[in-house]
Ligand binder design. Structure first.
Ligand code: GN1
Ligand code: MG
Length: 366
């Protein structure tokens, strides 16, 4: 069976068979494979879920179902128009399941495609403000999710202590024999390790709560409409308990970088403070009412932490021989590591100003 036939047969598990169905690759995710499907005038997103990374697909899909159903209810209560563009909808299989397991062992899911939507890899301060409002609202809507806490789809996903432990094991093993040329970067990581573990210490001391977080607040996980208004937040694989500073930080890491996540030209990379400010204002407009002072005081720190964490994660994958992230060329993970490090240094240089911006924005909201 060729690839198209295989994809068609998968799609036909979810919707009635259509000989004219169109299926094309979509998006830039580093983990799952996505396709756009057009059938009988309807548009969908088909995804192969990376089950090496998300090892419990039934629980993963159950999380997404709970989160999207809850958000849908909130939007209905508020009388929001065009709800289908404001929250993701899973399309079940014809048997009523939330995913399809192929005989090869691969897992697939289908969702409605959100019409007339677009995402950005680069934004301006106004869009950052709107994105901040959207992620603030997302956390707010999920604050009263009924039932058990969400399943941790990747255990310790944003736990930097655990990430550093894994990193140190990889350095020790040096499986791909790549360490010789990169010893300086190992040193840079270790020099900052104590500072970066602060949130985990604060959590143990009862000073920093966990809330329902998105945990992948990349700038391109927000969909905008043709008028550049936010439609909805997508990529819900990692919605789970976490520190709000993580969600804040991951947006800044991706949305307020003047360069690309994997920019080869390090001169392109620095923090854009106007975007930082736009996001902080939008986020606090919706979130200041439920955050503690300690959480607000650590939002800017979250930008440093998430950039550092991403550097550690890309670097670990480089040292391991590229087993986690999709790569486009052999030293892609090293290029990504260096790019994150450059951004981290810029965040360190601008940290006082970032703190000032956050406290100013919070004062305005209180
Ligand atoms: C991965 O697949 P994507 O692009 O949504 C990763 C994130 C990283 C990001 C780095 C499950 O996200 O945690 O921050 O790459 N997702 C997972 O760009 O590891
Ligand atoms: Mg993701």
């Amino acid at each position: 069976m060729n690839d198209q036939d295989r994809l068609r047969s998968i799609v036909s598990q979810f919707i009635d068979k259509d000989d004219n169905v169109e299926i094309k690759p979509l998006g830039k995710g580093h983990i799952n494979d996505s396709y756009k499907v057009v059938s009988n005038g309807n548009e969908y997103v088909l995804q192969r879920i990376n089950h090496h990374i998300f090892q419990n697909v039934p629980e993963l899909q159950n999380n997404i179902f709970r989160v999207t159903s809850h958000i849908r209810e909130k939007l209905e209560e508020k009388g929001v128009a065009e709800i289908d563009s404001r929250v993701l909808s899973l399309v079940p299989t014809l048997d009523g399941a939330l995913y399809y397991k192929e005989s090869s062992g691969d897992y697939w899911r289908l969702m409605d495609y959100i019409k007339e939507s677009k995402s950005y890899d680069e934004i301006n301060p106004q869009l950052a403000y709107r994105a901040g409002m959207a992620f603030g609202e997302f956390q707010k809507m999920l604050a009263d999710l009924p039932g058990d806490p969400l399943f941790e789809t990747i255990p310790n996903f944003h736990n930097i202590e655990v990430r550093l432990e894994t990193f140190r094991q990889s350095v020790k093993a040096d499986k791909a024999g790549r360490l010789n040329d990169v010893a300086e970067l190992v040193k840079e990581i270790e020099e900052r390790a104590g500072e970066m573990c602060k949130p985990e210490r604060m959590h143990r001391e009862g000073m920093l709560p966990k809330r329902t977080n998105h945990c992948d607040t990349k700038v391109n996980n927000i969909l905008f409409d043709n008028n550049d208004q936010v439609l909805c937040v997508v990529d819900l694989d990692t919605v789970m308990p976490g520190y709000v500073l993580s969600d804040f930080g991951d947006f800044i890491r991706t949305g307020a970088n003047t360069g690309a996540e994997d920019d080869k030209n390090l001169d392109n990379i620095s923090v854009d403070l106007a975007i930082f400010e736009g996001y902080a204002k939008g986020y606090l407009e919706n979130a200041a009412s439920f955050l503690t002072d300690i959480e607000i005081e650590h939002l800017a720190f979250g930008a440093k932490l998430l950039t550092y964490m991403q550097m550690v994660r890309f670097f670990t994958d480089y040292i391991d021989g590229d087993t986690y992230y999709k790569i486009a060329y052999p030293d892609h993970n090293l290029v990504r590591t260096k790019a994150q490090f450059k951004l981290l240094k810029s965040l360190e240089e601008n940290f006082d100003e970032m703190q000032r911006i956050v406290s100013e924005a919070a004062r305005f909201e209180n």
